[in-house]
Design a protein around this ligand. Structure first.
Ligand code: URA
Length: 209
């Protein structure tokens, strides 16, 4: 699918299978999410630009590659996005973090922003927006609308599972934002859950109902 990368690394697929199982405990789910997010982070950053820097090893001077440009921003869509942050920050500890809270107003059906924090200079940084589930796509679309309103234009979206319906809507609204996911599942059910999915990601990682 155009603009969509399915991360099919065997470790990612194996861990995802355990996360899907209904008998996986909250502690197990959380640990796997941290592990899998490290692997997802590796894949979503694999084509970042490098620049050469002059350094000195104990033996001699050399030109060696380092990441080009400003530090990355990981933007977490609250609350489940936070589950992906931990592992990603382990891999890129210098990344800046943005938190975005959006909810759907039942009357207007519009996405309403209730929390937004991001570095001032997001226009100059690569932003990786994270949310484990791309279901209807509405929160991801709204969160990226908010980032773009503040000047962001270099954005990628990373999730664990996506529904075809969510991908279609997301790509229609933000064709410039590539999507990375570990799986494209069958469909969305009438309650907006991804099928077969893994249930409510926030509830599974925090042990709520
Ligand atoms: N959000 C979830 O946590 N799970 C789904 O299946 C859909 C949206």
């Amino acid at each position: 699918m155009d603009g969509v990368t399915v991360i099919d690394h065997p470790l990612v697929q194996h861990k995802l299978t355990i996360m899907r199982k209904k008998e996986t405990s909250t502690a197990g789910f959380r640990r796997l999410l941290r592990e899998i997010s490290t692997l997802l982070c590796y894949e979503v950053t694999r084509d970042l630009e490098l620049t050469m820097e002059t350094i000195e090893t104990p033996l001699q001077e050399m030109q060696s590659p380092v990441l080009e440009g400003k530090k990355l921003v990981f933007a977490s869509i609250l609350r489940a996005g936070n589950g992906l942050l931990e592992g990603m920050l382990e891999l890129v500890p210098s990344a800046r973090v943005s938190h975005i809270g959006v909810y759907r107003d039942h009357e207007t059906l519009q996405a309403v922003e209730y929390f937004f924090k991001a570095p001032d200079d997001i226009a100059e940084r690569l932003i990786i927006v994270v949310d484990p589930m791309l279901a209807t796509g509405n929160s991801a679309i709204a969160a990226i609308d908010k980032l773009k309103e503040r000047g962001a234009h270099n954005i990628r979206f990373l999730c664990l599972l996506a529904a075809p319906e969510g991908i279609e809507s997301f790509r229609k609204h933000h064709p410039d934002v590539p999507v990375y996911t570990a799986s494209i599942d069958s469909h969305l059910n009438e309650n907006g859950y991804i099928v077969p999915g893994l249930g409510d990601a926030g509830d599974r990682m925090y042990g709520t109902k």
